[in-house]
Write a protein that binds this ligand. Structure first.
Ligand code: NAG
Ligand code: NAG
Ligand code: NAG
Ligand code: NAG
Ligand code: CA
Ligand code: CA
Ligand code: CA
Length: 962
């Protein structure tokens, strides 16, 4: 667990050696390293994952109780079991990747700030460390409020690292504490630690370093933490060291150390306890965020979105009325006939575009509200033929969750075609799939069908770019379809939208042929797969499909022995009959003479997540997630996570060239359950996708073999862009973002382009002059308007294009705009009265409570929620003493639910709670006068020096700040 152990020292060394200089946005897996060393020690990743799983189960249980659903708590908490208990089996993939995101950002603190004492609660930096936590938590809450879940997860990951380190690096555990120190997440609370002069340690005796913290420090409950340096023996006189071999200060008197990072650390005998308390503290912080943002927002933050997202980008210019009607029709179909689908979409996103206007993005979980927005759309304006299609698509890509299926409806070319390379970068970063519904059939005929679509040069092939061709290229790059139909036939083509609304949709195979020749394609269908569907898009495609039993059907038969072929425009959908969906090797033989694409999908729990990562060497290897194109002419490493349970095992990970069926495979190394590192020694020069082949259990029968392929196409580059944002972007203030462009390609002038999805003022050098093998620096200056609401995020894409447009790369960053917070106090809850008569059968009696809530001198109460209990809440506002706004709360519940915990949240997310239990109020009516004391029922609270006072009172007023 925790930092400044061997691992971090390794990283620092690597840092110093300059090996990390090429890294992009960084992430790191601690587990891998520790499981090598000591599988029984807990890493930050273990602690973070355990706490997220436990908290999520708790929130889901509460939600289930509220709506009267039975809740089955899983015995063993895994992403799969928790998602299932939360009635969200379909979101395992996003749940898993959210946990990975948070863990990666947590670990990243060790890379980005390895020597910063406050990030690790070293050197008695208690107030600065707490400041980092409270600012981070407050920013995360602001981000969630603006639905910027990704930036919120990043913030949470970073903050958790510091919070968890407290329990390893301070003497909290040695003082006998076995509960989290709540003051670390209460911004305005007192923290008293020893001063710089007070000695805290004596030298250790022997290797089992016990008794080195001075007794008076422990008995007086004074907080202290260890000093650490890799370069110097010096530390303040009489202070404790962090300890272990990389800490040079630990050989200075007083020798030894106090950290509990692993079981082998100086105070390793307390490692397990420290890890348990750190887990409880992590839960406490997560529950604080949950109290502030509410249950459903918390679950969305964790990626448990229940199901898929429906995202439409719609041209609303004059000629589009047919299409708008078709979108309204298909949306209603999906919303109203949920039974056709496994579940209804959990979220709806709509981005209209016109010319010159586009947006805004409308995002809602309410199907009726979505319908209302759709119905409000009308076709008007637009001027000349081309419209602002890519600007609308850019908003959709940055404003929807990763891996969303996006549908773009237009009949016109893109006026903003210069955004094409930005869109490609966003597609690769988000792995979202873009499908185009194109209704200008004339444009299709005009386009040259033999023109190669996957050119090397996506940045500046501007000659052909203002045609509809751009849509075909973007669809292919994302693994989507560009469907060309007449306006009248559009409703028939929308079946693909209902198809993609199915849960657990996986891609089994895909291929693109722009220079067609007769060819045989094979792919493996496994027994876990349902609703096998094959899409073939192209002008007059000709093919024969044969299943493993030898049943075959040609494109000429729309209803044959294999199944049904639906044809509309250039789009064929093949739906094999259930009886023909045999597991085994399938064959598609094509003899088309026009370009075509093939995509095979189905529904299955077996799937994979992956990231391209960069490995760095050293005594212990590590890796960093790459957020741009990987380097050309190099080996490439993928971090692959399998979904579908423990029996799912990959046997081969390959990079498959898009334009041929050539592929390169690599070696596989198991990291932890379900996680693998695949190293491939060469990288295709053109576009490629990632394919995973594997088995669903140990027996080698063919029906247990499976294959999955990524939708998104990737590409290598000789150009790299390195940038790492530092600090927080504030409304109305210029924010600078330094970046470095390096190239192993040709020398010359590299064009730089920076775009944002928020039209913020942005300033950057338009070009950099680079030598081959050289690099150059630039700075992006971004300014969010003064009026930008706190929590708004902005996606910044920095692109660099080699001379003649022969190569390009990008860096995609998501930044949060956070307004400075001045309100650090939580609302106060005062219970005014409780009336309970809970005798006999609880179902026949009820109780109620009145409370006053206020946010004195603060931003005001924004929400009041029930955190625990199953009753009815009514609120109203009033003025107290003429000027203080108070919220009057009335809560009533059945006596079967004798406990309630209420929370009042102010405008910046500070949450104050009150708790009430009427368990013991048999036959009596109680009226509790408001008190001003800080108390809690059957809980513990903190004195500044950290003494526990356990107040075991049954009915008690509580003013507990989270
Ligand atoms: C920590 O997590 C890894 C990876 O999931 C796992 O293999 C290991 O057993 C965990 N360690 C502990 C002590 O829980
Ligand atoms: C180290 O000290 C702890 C605490 O006194 C004790 O429980 C443990 O057994 C000791 N370990 C060894 C190897 O002496
Ligand atoms: C495809 O396979 C069939 C039979 O398996 C074979 O006859 C045919 O020549 C193959 N076509 C190509 C282009 O390889
Ligand atoms: C999908 O597959 C299931 C199970 O095979 C079947 O019951 C269902 O009807 C299929 N749905 C569609 C739309 O074909
Ligand atoms: Ca138009
Ligand atoms: Ca126009
Ligand atoms: Ca406040």
């Amino acid at each position: 667990m925790m930092t400044q152990d061997l691992l971090v020292k390794t990283i620092i060394c690597v840092f110093l050696m300059g090996c990390l200089m090429q890294s992009q946005t960084l992430a790191f897996k601690l587990d891998f390293i520790f499981s090598e060393k000591d599988p029984l020690s807990k890493s930050h990743q273990n602690i973070t994952r355990d706490a997220i799983l436990q908290t999520t189960v708790e929130v889901c249980e509460f939600q289930a109780l509220k709506i009267g659903k039975d809740f089955v708590k899983p015995n063993i908490l895994t992403e799969e079991s928790v998602a299932e208990a939360c009635f969200s089996s379909n979101s395992v993939k996003s749940f898993k990747s959210s946990i990975e995101e948070i863990s990666d950002k947590n670990a990243w603190i060790d890379i980005k700030h390895p020597l910063s004492a406050k990030h690790h609660f070293d050197e008695e930096m208690f107030l600065p460390g707490r400041e980092l936590i409270s600012r981070g938590v407050s920013a995360a809450k602001a981000s969630v409020k603006k639905q910027s879940y990704e930036t919120a997860r990043e913030k949470i990951g970073k903050v958790l690292h510091t919070l968890q380190d407290f329990y390893s690096h301070s003497n909290w555990i040695e003082m006998g504490m076995r509960e989290p120190y709540s003051n670390l997440i209460i911004p305005d609370s007192t923290i008293i630690s020893v001063d710089q002069e007070t000695p805290t340690c004596r030298s250790c005796n022997g290797n089992n370093c016990t008794g080195n913290i001075l007794e008076e420090i422990l008995t007086q409950k004074k907080l202290t933490s260890g000093y650490f340096s890799m370069f110097s023996l010096e530390k303040p006189k009489g202070k404790c060291s962090h300890g272990d071999s990389w800490d040079m200060t630990s050989s200075t008197e007083p020798t030894g150390g106090i950290n509990k990072d692993t079981r082998n650390s100086s105070h390793g005998y307390l490692h397990n306890i420290a890890a348990d308390v750190a887990t409880a503290a992590t839960k406490q912080l997560l529950l604080n965020i949950r109290a502030s943002v509410g249950d459903s927002e918390f679950l969305r933050l964790m990626g448990l979105t229940h199901n898929m997202v429906l995202c439409f980008v719609i041209d609303t210019t004059g000629s589009m009325s047919n299409e708008i009607e078709a979108v309204k029709f298909v949306s209603s179909l999906i919303i109203d006939i949920k039974t056709m689908l496994a579940a209804e979409p959990s979220e709806y996103i709509l981005v209209p575009f016109n010319d010159p206007d586009f947006g805004p993005l409308i995002r809602t979980t309410d199907p009726d509200l979505f319908k209302k927005h759709l119905n409000a759309l009308s076709a008007h304006g637009g001027g000349d033929t081309p419209e602002m299609c890519l600007s609308g698509l850019q908003l959709a890509l940055t404003g929807s969750p990763p891996q969303t299926e996006i549908f773009v409806f237009t009949d016109a070319t893109a006026k903003d075609y210069l955004l094409k390379s930005t869109i490609l970068a966003l597609i690769q970063r988000t792995k979202s799939v873009v499908n185009f519904m194109l209704t200008n059939t004339l444009a299709r005929r005009r386009r040259s069908n033999n023109e190669p679509v996957n050119g090397q040069n996506q940045f500046s092939s501007r000659s052909s770019i203002s045609t509809m061709q751009i849509y075909h290229e973007l669809a292919q790059a994302s693994g989507g379809q560009a469907i060309v139909v007449s306006k009248g036939n559009l409703p028939q083509a929308t079946s693909i939208i209902t198809d993609t609304s199915r849960s657990s949709l996986v891609t089994i195979f895909q291929a693109v042929r722009n220079v067609p020749k007769p060819e045989n394609f094979t792919f493996v269908v496994d027994s876990s797969l349902q609703n096998l569907t094959i899409y073939i898009t192209g002008q007059n495609p000709f093919y024969t499909i044969t299943n493993p039993s030898g049943v075959s059907q040609s494109s000429a038969e729309s209803n044959g022995s294999l199944g049904i072929i639906e044809k509309v425009g250039n789009f064929h959908t093949i739906r094999p009959n259930i009886s023909a969906q045999t597991a085994g090797l399938w064959l598609i033989n094509t003899t088309s003479t026009y370009p075509y694409t093939i995509k095979v999908v189905g529904q299955s729990k077996v799937d994979f997540l992956f990231d391209v990562v960069e490995v760095f060497q050293g005594p212990h290897p590590g890796y960093t997630v790459l957020k741009s194109r990987p380097a050309a002419n190099n080996n490439v490493t993928l971090l692959v996570s399998m979904l579908g349970g423990d029996s799912v095992r990959p046997t081969e990970v390959a990079l498959v060239e898009v334009s041929s069926s050539h592929f390169v495979t690599g070696t596989l190394e198991k990291l932890s359950s379900g996680q693998y590192l695949a190293t491939i020694n060469s990288i295709p020069s053109g576009e490629f996708t990632v394919r995973v082949v594997g088995e669903t259990n140990s027996s080698r029968s063919t029906s247990n073999r499976f294959q999955r392929q990524s939708s998104t196409q990737f590409q290598a580059s000789n150009v790299t862009i390195t940038t790492e944002p530092d600090g927080t972007m504030e409304p109305g203030k210029a924010f600078t973002l330094p970046f470095t462009v390096a190239t192993s390609g040709s020398k010359g002038i590299y064009q730089i382009r920076v775009t944002t999805d928020r039209s913020f003022a942005v300033d950057f050098p338009s070009s950099l002059s680079l030598e081959s093998g050289g690099s150059g620096n630039g700075t992006v200056t971004l300014t969010a308007p003064e009026s930008t609401p706190s929590g708004t995020d902005v996606t910044v894409t920095i692109e660099a294009e080699a001379p003649e447009g022969t190569d390009s790369n990008y860096a995609v960053l998501r930044l949060a705009v956070i307004a400075p917070v001045t309100d650090f106090t939580s609302p106060v809850c005062k219970i005014v009265s409780v009336n309970a008569n809970c005798s006999g059968n609880c179902t026949f009696s009820s109780w109620n409570l009145s409370a006053n809530m206020s946010d004195i001198n603060g931003t005001g109460i924004q929400a009041v929620r029930v955190l625990k209990g199953n009753g009815t809440l009514n609120t109203s506002t009033a003025l107290d003493n003429g000027d203080v706004n108070i919220t009057l709360v009335d809560y009533s519940a059945s006596c079967c639910f004798p406990e309630v915990e209420l929370v009042a949240v102010d405008s910046v997310g500070n949450a104050g709670t009150c708790f009430m239990s009427v368990k013991a109020t048999v036959n009596q009516t109680t009226s509790v006068p408001p008190t001003t004391q800080n108390n809690s029922a059957q809980r513990c609270w903190f004195l500044p020096l950290g003494m526990w006072v356990n107040v075991g009172v049954l009915v008690l007023y509580q003013y507990l700040q989270y």
